[in-house]
Design a protein. Structure first.
Length: 202
């Protein structure tokens, strides 16, 4: 979007007097662990297909994909209040198309995690922002669901560590990879799941 501050004069003079302002000026990207099983169960219906048919490859494809979903606060760890920022992009012409970030959450009680919910908040102008998370005012934008390969069960005091990487280009589109790891209270990694959007393509 462009804001024009124009003084009187010819069209050429008016154009020369324009001040161009990029809107939005930047976005912050957030993640939260999904603790509601609804979306995960939709994607693992393969487990109940029966008839002695092995749908493990189809299951793996489904769980290495990204889905547009609407989450309520109750679907998320601590009702979404513990959402963590994993990336920030400034639209100043120098943004790197390769994005990478990490977020961590330590649980105080037994918790089962079924993946991650992602969303963004855009800074329109200083002091004015537009959020698309479950705790924000509803818009036509929903959230993204990055599933776990299997439910991740955390004991009290354990930490979930999420890593997210995306690379975008006009030629190849967007490629996304994410990982989910569990760290014990002593900091030892006891479980890791790796996901890649490319695994969702035959």
């Amino acid at each position: 979007m462009v804001l024009r501050f124009v003084r009187g004069g010819s069209p050429i003079e008016n154009f020369a007097a324009c001040v161009f302002v990029a809107i939005p000026a930047g976005i912050r990207q957030f993640a939260a662990p999904v603790v509601g099983s609804r979306c995960f169960e939709e994607l693992t219906a393969w487990d109940d297909a029966g008839f002695g048919i092995d749908f493990s490859e189809a299951r793996m494809m489904s769980l290495n994909n990204i889905y547009v979903r609407s989450f309520s606060p109750s679907d998320l760890l601590e009702d979404g209040k513990s959402a963590a920022q994993w990336d920030e992009v400034r639209f100043d012409g120098r943004a790197n198309p390769s994005r990478r970030g990490e977020a961590r959450w330590t649980t105080a009680k037994p918790t089962t995690v079924y993946g991650l919910a992602l969303w963004w908040t855009a800074e329109l102008v200083p002091g004015i922002s537009l959020g698309t998370g479950p705790l924000d005012k509803k818009t036509h934008w929903e959230q993204l669901y990055l599933p776990a390969l299997d439910p991740i069960r955390l004991a009290p005091g354990e930490t979930l560590r999420a890593g997210i990487k995306s690379v975008s280009s006009p030629e190849t589109g967007t490629d996304v990879a994410w990982s989910l790891a569990v760290l014990t209270s002593k900091g030892t990694e006891r479980l890791r799941q790796r996901h890649h959007l490319g695994e969702a393509v035959v």
